[in-house]
Design a protein around this ligand. Structure first.
Ligand SMILES: [Zn+2]
Length: 158
C-alpha cells in the first residue's frame, strides 16, 4: 500500500512481555565512592585533577582534558546553583519503577560550588515561573538510603 504524504498514521503500542529479573552490576570504584558518599555521609563527592585543577561531579577516573588519573576527592557539600532546567509535562516511563513519572517534573543541572561539571537531578518545583537559572538549591536526602542516585530525593530552592 502506498502511503500518501501527510496521511495520518496509526500509533501502535507494542509490548515485549513482562519479565522480572534481579540483576546487579559493578559500579566501579569512582561511582561506588560517589554513591557511598550519598548513602553514608549525605554529601556530594567529586574528584579533582591534580594537573589542571578541574573538579568532576559525578566523579570519573580520568580527566577529560589532561588524561591524568584523578585521586583527590573533594567534598562538595549539598548546595549549588541551577545551571539549566526543563519542566517535563509529558509523562514517560521511569526505568526504575516501570511506571509513568509524575508530571510536571523539573529536571535540573546542578552546578556545585567548587565543581567544573554538573550533576543532573530534579527539582521539587514544577512551575517554571518560580525557577531561575542561577538560583541556589540544596539536596534533600531520603531518610533511608541505599547507595543510589535516588538517595537524593530531590533538590529544593533555598
Ligand atoms: Zn586535568
Amino acid at each position: 500500500m502506498e502511503e500518501k504524504p501527510n496521511q495520518a498514521t496509526e500509533l501502535l503500542e507494542l509490548s515485549s512481555g513482562k519479565a522480572e529479573h534481579v540483576y546487579y552490576w559493578h559500579c566501579g570504584y569512582y561511582t561506588s565512592r560517589f554513591l557511598l558518599g550519598l548513602r553514608d555521609q549525605t554529601t556530594i563527592l567529586g574528584v579533582r585533577c591534580s594537573a589542571c585543577g578541574r573538579v568532576y561531579v559525578p566523579p570519573r577516573e580520568v580527566c577529560g582534558r589532561c588524561f591524568k588519573t584523578m585521586n583527590e576527592w573533594v567534598d562538595l557539600g549539598t548546595e549549588g546553583t541551577i545551571y539549566a532546567f526543563t519542566v517535563v509535562k509529558l509523562p514517560y516511563v521511569d526505568p526504575n519503577t516501570g511506571l509513568p513519572i509524575k508530571v510536571p517534573r523539573t529536571d535540573i543541572y546542578v552546578q556545585f560550588d567548587g565543581a567544573d561539571t554538573r550533576l543532573m537531578h530534579w527539582l521539587d518545583e514544577g512551575d517554571e515561573t518560580k525557577i531561575k537559572v542561577g538560583a541556589r538549591v540544596k539536596a534533600v536526602f531520603k531518610k533511608e538510603r541505599r547507595g543510589t542516585i535516588h538517595d537524593i530525593e530531590y533538590f529544593t530552592q533555598v
